[in-house]
Design a protein around this ligand. Structure first.
Ligand code: GTP
Ligand code: MN
Ligand code: MN
Length: 608
């Protein structure tokens, strides 16, 4: 039996009436030539990737180098998340404010129905039943994405648990699911040739939080089109989490084992392209310490029966930034992709059928750039887009912690917030308590990167690294964080820290070597939790006391270390009006505690 069916065929691919109705409704609107119900099988992967090679979307890499792996180059205009085209269409405008774009859901649906009408003509509509998190979770978090993109379908198989097993489980319980619609917005008339990367200049990435629905149009880029990831696991899930008392966060999860065998679990929120994937797979430079990976981008966290905060990674793959990834900065990511079964988008393609990007070892003598240009190391343009990505199965990661397969997740001991700041923010400091930690998260600042379209290098506030992903009112979101602290036993909650790997010296170089050396900061975090590392109180929180950060064997001058750790009251006084301006955006929706925290910071700086 084939899973591909003509619209006219009547045999039912599922007994789940809700799924049938949803698929029928989208098909009637978008008018695909065919509907394909995804099984998730290896044969299906073979068929879809072969078809992508045939249409020129994929180039198969040399199987001896990267088995079962593919190169893809997007349209040059479709390379990142489009935040200005992303909407939270809650019923009330207030529920999307003040950080999200909003439109009345009825108005938005009118516009989008117009765009979707006939938008899949000439194409196959793929139906992807998927689950974010474990199929064996107490309450599995189902979704169905219908898409007219084979690229998205292949990528979804890497990034989420999907296919027949998921659909069967949904049928058994008649489960509810997130309705996710995606179209590249590039219908084909009879006889019209397809392009390698179909997309549309008009783009909409729309979440309807009350309905738990996602409508995406015009883009094939991962964050806009793999709807299980940012759209569901962060935007829609954050709204669910608000209603149900848990947290959906833009955080990596790692397991850290000390030389004495004591285990700690750490979650960390850094904005896009600020080091989550790298930290999640860190190779410690200090002897005897071990890091294992649980997740590199998203954490769902809930308070367990024991009062601790338990985290799971709802994803099934890594969608990592390629440039800068190499055998020194992230050896485990390199070993993960070397095993194959991966998709590389917007990197360079070498003549011997491999991929290359800026920062990878051994530049090829020549290659084809992501834009299809002839490239050599002498070229005055980059071979790869700065937001080019590898998409690879998490199960291939050789340091994946066994707890990844436990639906209960892991109890988090420490939460790190961090961003890219050239100045002001020290390498590491610790919050005084949960409310202060929430203040640090709420005021998290970072210089913008290429992961979203727009200017790069501008300092913006990015609360908990969730600015583009909060699916409801951001003031309520911060209030929800405060409530988690109030409603639970503070002693059992994770301790909160703030880190900055990106502080610069006067010549513009990084003060801190970063990457594997960040294990020294993790060690200090563990020792703070265990009560063995000394800290100095400053107006902003607790920084490492001299000598408490292990710098044994590190090639760093005392002067540079002091500058990396320094808290300069003048720099922080300059920060205060910026935080004030940021908080004022929230009006009455900002939890009053956060104003109190700002007053405390001001008072402490006055005394400094
Ligand atoms: P998203 O996947 O977009 O959410 O981003 P991410 O947080 O996973 O970012 P990622 O780990 O891919 O890091 C992106 C960039 O940060 C790369 O250019 C890295 O080289 C750089 N980076 C990561 N860790 C460090 C570090 O410790 N020091 C320095 N200087 N750069 C780092
Ligand atoms: Mn991310
Ligand atoms: Mn990442």
């Amino acid at each position: 039996m084939t899973a591909t069916q003509d619209r006219a065929t009547s045999s039912s691919p599922t007994t789940h009436q809700g799924v049938l109705d949803f698929v029928a409704e989208v098909a009637a609107l978008t008018q695909p030539d065919r509907v394909h119900w995804c099984t998730g099988s290896d044969e299906e992967w073979g068929e879809i990737t072969d078809a992508l090679v045939a249409t020129g979307t994929f180039t198969r890499l040399d199987p001896a180098l990267k088995p079962n792996s593919f190169h893809a180059a997007s349209d040059p205009t479709d390379v990142a998340r489009v935040e200005d085209r992303t909407y939270i269409c809650s019923v009330a405008e207030r529920d999307a404010g003040p950080t999200n774009n909003w439109m009345d859901p009825r108005e938005m649906k009118d516009i989008m129905r117009g765009l979707y009408a006939g938008s899949m003509r000439g194409r196959t509509m793929y139906v992807i039943p998927f689950v974010m998190g474990h199929l064996d979770a107490e309450k599995p978090m189902f979704g169905v994405e219908v898409t007219d993109s084979a690229y998205v379908t292949a990528s979804m198989r890497v990034m989420a648990r999907m296919g027949t097993d998921v659909l069967r489980r949904m049928e058994e319980t008649g489960a509810e699911f997130v309705h996710a619609v995606h179209s590249v917005g590039h219908p084909l008339e009879a006889g019209q040739d397809d392009v390698a990367w179909p997309c549309n200049d008009t783009k909409y990435i729309v979440q309807f939080p009350e309905e738990r629905a996602i409508w995406s149009y015009g883009s094939g880029y991962g964050g806009n089109a793999l709807l299980g990831k940012k759209c569901y696991a962060l935007r829609i899930a954050s709204a669910m989490a608000r209603d149900e008392g848990w947290l959906a966060e833009h955080m990596l999860i790692l397991k850290l084992t000390s030389p004495q065998g004591s285990v700690k679990y750490v979650a960390a929120a850094f904005p896009s392209a600020c080091g989550k994937t790298n930290l999640a797979m860190l190779e410690p430079t200090i002897p005897g310490w071990k890091v294992e990976t649980l997740g590199d981008d998203i954490a769902w966290m809930r308070i367990g029966d024991d009062g601790r905060l338990w985290a799971v990674n709802p994803e099934f793959g890594f969608f990592g930034v390629a440039p800068g990834t190499n055998r020194h900065t992230n050896p485990h990511a390199m070993r993960t992709i070397d095993k194959g079964n991966s998709v590389f988008t917007n990197v360079a393609l070498t003549e011997d059928g491999d991929v290359w990007w800026e920062g990878l070892e051994n530049p090829p003598a020549r290659a084809t750039s992501w834009k299809g240009e002839e490239w050599t190391p002498e070229s005055d343009f980059p071979s790869s887009h700065p937001n080019s990505r590898y998409c690879t199965p998490i199960k291939q990661c050789d340091i994946l912690a066994p707890e990844y397969d436990d639906p209960r997740g892991v109890p988090i001991d420490a939460i790190l917030f961090g961003g890219r700041r050239k100045t002001t923010v020290p390498l590491v400091f610790e919050a005084r308590d949960w409310a202060h930690g929430t203040f640090l998260g709420a005021t998290l600042s970072s210089e913008t990167t290429a992961a979203a379209t727009g200017a790069v290098g501008v300092v913006r506030r990015d609360p908990m690294a969730m600015l583009p992903f909060i699916g409801y009112n951001a003031g309520d979101y911060l209030g929800h964080w405060i409530d988690v602290g109030k409603q639970n036993d503070a002693a059992k909650l994770p301790r909160i820290f703030y880190v900055n790997w990106f502080r610069r010296d006067d010549e513009g170089g990084f003060l801190w070597p970063g990457f594997g050396e960040n294990s020294r900061v993790l060690k200090w975090v563990v020792e703070r939790i265990e009560g063995t590392a000394a800290a100095e109180e400053t107006p902003i929180g607790h920084v490492p006391a001299p000598g408490s950060l292990d710098v044994d064997g590190l090639d760093l001058t005392d002067d540079d270390l002091a500058r990396a750790l320094a808290v300069d009251p003048d720099e922080w006084r300059a920060e205060v009006p910026q935080i004030q301006e940021w908080f004022e955006k929230f009006g009455d929706d900002l939890p009053a505690v956060l104003w109190t925290e700002l007053d405390t910071l001001k008072a402490r700086l006055d005394d400094a």
